[in-house]
Design a binder for this molecule. Structure first.
Ligand SMILES: NC(=O)c1ccc[n+]([C@@H]2O[C@H](COP(=O)([O-])OP(=O)(O)OC[C@H]3O[C@@H](n4cnc5c(N)ncnc54)[C@H](O)[C@@H]3O)[C@@H](O)[C@H]2O)c1
Length: 298
């Protein structure tokens, strides 16, 4: 089956990134904003992101305009009715995602594939609420989606081989490298990265180092492109907290429980780069440690 039109549910960091990848690959795309309000700001974000690529000389302005013309933004879920593939990228909440899957089954044709971009929720749990389970799978992109090559293609309990091969071909077409993964909580990358970020937060709480020294140690000593705190801020602290909770709920291992500092930051609305404040304060250039974290978090 060929994917000629893609629907994206959710216009946050990942939804828009994946939409950009699709339109740049010549695929007509409908992106549905999951919360009410105008789509003008959403379009501006995609335009700004593509403008940066033009300025770096990696995309010519005509190709940018042609790509942007392929993007249709809406607040009406029914507009994905004629899509061959829908990729949901709404908040990491199982109730929100399962309710969406049920609605999508009623909107889409029987052949359309329904995929989730969840980081750590069970794809099988989303499949369980569907009647046509063979066409449900995971497509886990990485942030920033236009840059990162990997896509984890998640084979859930009743996903058909045809669905998996269609999704692998789709990934190749959008210039990504697919890796097929069984539906284990956190898949490969987040199952390994989440305990790493949580351990860094525990080292901070123990006073082993500061945010800056721990990050520096991992960039200079382990050749990571960014340290664990910069990475957590980049992913979004609400997303990291959800990853911790979901993996902990599955395997009940203490090292996967959510550190106090992470809970407190999310409670305060400090979500990392997307809110301007997380482990770092992004109002300064270069970013500095969040001043609130120079004292122990109670
Ligand atoms: N941030 C990452 O690095 C990353 C990477 C891969 C996958 N993901 C996954 O992608 C999904 C979206 O994450 P994100 O980083 O784009 O988050 P985000 O916060 O940027 O976007 C979340 C979107 O969900 C919408 N939303 C909020 N409340 C909602 C509700 N009650 N019902 C429906 N939609 C609602 C928001 O309007 C927003 O558009 C999550 O499942 C996340 O786990 C995130």
């Amino acid at each position: 089956m060929e994917i000629n039109k893609v629907g994206i549910m959710g216009c946050g960091t990942m939804g828009l990134g994946v939409a950009q990848v699709c339109i740049q690959s010549g695929i007509d795309t409908v992106a549905v904003k999951a919360t009410p309000g105008s789509t003008d700001k959403v379009r501006m974000k995609v335009e700004k992101s593509m403008q940066r690529i033009v300025e770096r000389g990696k995309l010519d302005p005509d190709a940018r305009d042609a790509a942007l013309a392929r993007l249709h933004l809406s607040t009406d879920e029914n507009e994905v009715a004629d899509c061959d593939l829908v990729i949901e990228s709404v908040i990491e909440d199982i109730d929100v995602k399962t309710a969406l899957f049920q609605r999508l089954e009623n909107i889409l044709s029987n052949n359309a594939i329904i995929a989730t971009n969840t980081s750590t929720l069970s794809v099988t749990a989303m499949m369980a609420v569907c009647k046509e389970r063979h066409r449900v799978a995971g497509l886990h992109f990485f942030n920033p989606a236009p840059v990162m090559k990997l896509v984890e293609v998640i084979h859930a309990f009743e996903t058909s081989e045809e669905t998996i091969s269609t999704l692998k071909a789709f990934c190749n077409r959008i210039n990504k490298d697919p890796v097929v993964v069984q539906d284990t909580t956190g898949f490969i990358v987040n199952r390994l990265l989440t305990p790493y970020m949580l351990s860094a937060i525990r080292l901070l709480e123990m006073g082993t180092g500061t945010i800056e020294t721990i990050d520096y140690a991992m960039t200079a000593g382990a050749s990571h492109p960014m340290g664990p705190f910069a990475l957590a801020d980049y992913i979004g602290l609400d997303v990291v907290k959800a990853m911790s909770e979901n993996i902990y709920q599955d395997i009940h291992q203490p090292h996967m429980s959510t550190p106090h500092t992470l809970t407190r930051l999310v409670q305060l609305g400090y979500l990392g780069r997307k809110s301007g404040l997380g482990f770092y304060d992004y109002s300064s250039k270069p970013p500095v440690q969040n001043p609130a974290l120079t004292r122990p978090v109670a």
